[in-house]
Design a protein around this ligand. Structure first.
Ligand code: ADP
Length: 191
């Protein structure tokens, strides 16, 4: 099973991707988590990413693509993976296509979590109370929504044309949304 999770910041990608990856027994690859880990460890990658993350901007494609390429070369991805938060730009979509072609792999589905934008901001402001994330403050939260709309939302068309998009309503409690995702993948004959 090779899946992408897409959706605006606050849609619940990370939470749902974690659950589904455990259920499917494939690794969850979250570019945001990998970056945050590297920032915490003050690695070279973390130093390259931090100022972009703090500002709610995307980390440059070269940096992100190289990191994902290395991750997908690891053995534990052979039976599948769940990519959470990648690709987010046209260039990343192309790079992922190249990486998968080299590995002779194909995507099964792109799970899109849709949530109304005021609800997203409310969720992120709530998360800000406990997350400790530098990018969880109102200005940066709003900016991240804009960046998503401008750069990432249009990419869905590409995957829609390939007929692999599975759209799921992200409103509701975590269990409810998780059930919807499993049901939608089954209905689309992807699991
Ligand atoms: P969110 O979905 O709430 O923005 P993430 O944890 O997925 O949270 O991402 C946090 C930050 O990490 C992003 O704002 C961006 O700076 C960086 N990042 C994560 N994934 C990518 C990506 N695919 N391309 C560029 N930057 C990324």
């Amino acid at each position: 099973m090779r899946l992408l999770f897409m959706g605006p910041p606050g849609a619940g990608k990370g939470t749902q991707a974690m659950r589904l990856s455990a259920e499917l027994g494939v690794p969850q690859i979250s570019t945001g988590d990998i970056f945050r880990h590297n920032v915490a460890e003050q690695t070279e990658l973390g130093q390259a990413a931090q100022r972009f993350m703090d500002a709610g901007e995307y980390v440059p494609d070269e940096v992100t693509n190289e990191m994902v390429r290395a991750r997908l070369a690891e053995e534990d991805t052979r039976q599948g993976f769940l990519l959470d938060g990648y690709p987010r730009t046209v260039d990343q979509v192309q790079t992922l296509d190249e990486i998968l072609a080299e590995l002779d792999q194909e995507l099964d589905a792109v799970v899109v979590l849709s949530v109304d934008s005021e609800e997203l901001i409310a969720r992120l402001l709530k998360r800000a109370e406990t997350s400790g994330r530098n990018d969880d403050n109102e200005d940066v939260i709003r900016h991240r929504q804009e960046v998503f709309k401008a750069q990432t939302a249009p990419l869905l068309q590409t995957y829609e044309q390939r007929g692999i998009v599975v759209e799921v309503d992200g409103l509701g409690d975590v269990d409810e949304v998780a059930e919807r995702i499993v049901g939608a993948l089954a209905a689309a004959d992807k699991s």
